[in-house]
Design a protein around this ligand. Structure first.
Ligand code: MRU
Length: 339
C-alpha cells in the first residue's frame, strides 16, 4: 500500500516528503501556510495536481488566523511555482469560497472546498485511467517520464493511473521509467510507486530512451502535464519534448494524460506558458555531492513544451482528444459545456 501523498488531520497538513523517497517515508507537519509554500518550492511535494491540493490546504491553515491571513496566503502560495496551472486553478476555487463564505465560518467553508479538490482528484484520475487503458489496450511496453503517479496527485495518478488500469485489465505491462534528471522523479518516485504496486518497471537514464525505443519496440509513451495550451501544446517535465521527438521518429504513439484542470484555455500556444527555471544547485550537486564548481555555468529549466503535432492523444477524465489542435480542443470543451 502506498502512503498518502498528503493528509489533513487536526488542523495540520501532513505532507509526504518526496525528497526522501525511496530511502525514507516521512511526513512534514505543516501548521502554517508558509510551511506549505516552502514544501512546494523545495519540492517536498510536487506534481501539478498535488501542488494545487497542498496550496488549497495552505489557505485553510491561513484561515485559522482570519481573512487577512487567507488573502496573504493566496498571494504567497501563487508565487511558489509558476508552470503548473493546477496551482492557480485550485487557488481560484479557494478565492471564490473566500469571497462568498459566511465570515464566521470561513475555516469550515475553506476546509470543505480543499477536501473536495483533494477527493475529486482521485476520482478524476480513476476516470483518466479507464479512458486511457481502453485506448492503450494491447500495448504492453510503455515508457514514461518524471512522475505522474499517486505521489503527484490526490491518488492513483494520471499517466501512472492509465498504466495501473492497463495492468489491471490486461496484465503483463512492462514500464520503462526515464530517470528524469536533475530531480530524479522517474528513478526515485515512479519506479518506487510501480514496484510497490507489483508492476514491472525498468529504470533507464534519460539518454538511453532512443536506444530502448529502437531495440525494444516500445508500444507507447505516456506522460502527465503541467499546463496544456488551447492549441494542445503541453508543458511537462524537462525532457518530455525530446521523448516526443524520439517517439515520432520511431513511429511510437505519444500520449498525454491530463485532467481538465490542467488546460489553460487563456493561452493560445505553448509559447505563452511560463517555464520555471530552478536553482543550478540541482545540477551542480548529485546526491548532495558537488560535481560542478560555481564558476561553470549551468542551465536548469524545469519544464519544456511539446508541440501538439507530436501528441497522438490527450487523455482526460471526460474522454480522449485525438490529434489535439485548437479546433478539436475547442469542440471538446464546447461539447462539455452542453453536458
Ligand atoms: O517538477 P515536478 O516534479 O512538479 O514536475 C511534475 C511533472 O512534470 C508531472 O509530469 C506533471 O506535474 C503531471 S503530474 C500528474
Amino acid at each position: 500500500m502506498l502512503p498518502e501523498t498528503l493528509n489533513w488531520d487536526n488542523r495540520t497538513l501532513f505532507i509526504l516528503d518526496q525528497r526522501k523517497i525511496p530511502l525514507a517515508t516521512s511526513y512534514l507537519a505543516c501548521s502554517h501556510y508558509e510551511e506549505v509554500a516552502l514544501a512546494i518550492e523545495e519540492m517536498a511535494i510536487r506534481g501539478a495536481p498535488a501542488i494545487g491540493i497542498a496550496a488549497a490546504y495552505g489557505v485553510v491553515l491561513a484561515s485559522l488566523e482570519g481573512m487577512e491571513s487567507s488573502k496573504k496566503a493566496l498571494e504567497r502560495l501563487s508565487r511558489t511555482r509558476p508552470t503548473a496551472v493546477n496551482l492557480f486553478w485550485a487557488l481560484g476555487r479557494m478565492r471564490k469560497v473566500m469571497d462568498s463564505a459566511d465570515k464566521n465560518h470561513l475555516f469550515e467553508a475553506l476546509l470543505e472546498e480543499a477536501r473536495h479538490i483533494h477527493q475529486e482528484d482521485r476520482q478524476i484520475n480513476m476516470a483518466i485511467g479507464q479512458h486511457g487503458s481502453n485506448l492503450l489496450q494491447g500495448r504492453s511496453v510503455i515508457m514514461t517520464h518524471c512522475n505522474a503517479g499517486a505521489l503527484a496527485t490526490g491518488g492513483y495518478g494520471t499517466a501512472l493511473g492509465v498504466i495501473r488500469k492497463l495492468q489491471e485489465s490486461q496484465g503483463n505491462v512492462n514500464v520503462y521509467a526515464c530517470e528524469t534528471r536533475p530531480v530524479l522523479q522517474g528513478s526515485r518516485l515512479t519506479s518506487w510507486e510501480l514496484h510497490e504496486d507489483g508492476i514491472d518497471v525498468t529504470v533507464i537514464c534519460d539518454n538511453m530512451a532512443a536506444l530502448v525505443m529502437k531495440q525494444d519496440s516500445v508500444d507507447a509513451v505516456i506522460v502527465g502535464a503541467d499546463r496544456v495550451a488551447s492549441n494542445g501544446d503541453v508543458a511537462n517535465k524537462i525532457g518530455t519534448y525530446g521523448l516526443a521527438v524520439l517517439a515520432s521518429f520511431h513511429h511510437i504513439p505519444f500520449f498525454v494524460a491530463s485532467p481538465i484542470s490542467t488546460f489553460d484555455m487563456t493561452l493560445g500556444t505553448g509559447m505563452d506558458i511560463p517555464i520555471e527555471e530552478r536553482d543550478g544547485k540541482e545540477i551542480r550537486l548529485l546526491a548532495g555531492k558537488r560535481l560542478i564548481p560555481d564558476n561553470i555555468k549551468v542551465f536548469n529549466p524545469a519544464f519544456d513544451v511539446t508541440p501538439a503535432q507530436l501528441i497522438s492523444a490527450i487523455i482526460t477524465e471526460k474522454g480522449i482528444i485525438a490529434r489535439p489542435d485548437a479546433g478539436n480542443i475547442d469542440q471538446f470543451f464546447q461539447a462539455l459545456g452542453k453536458e
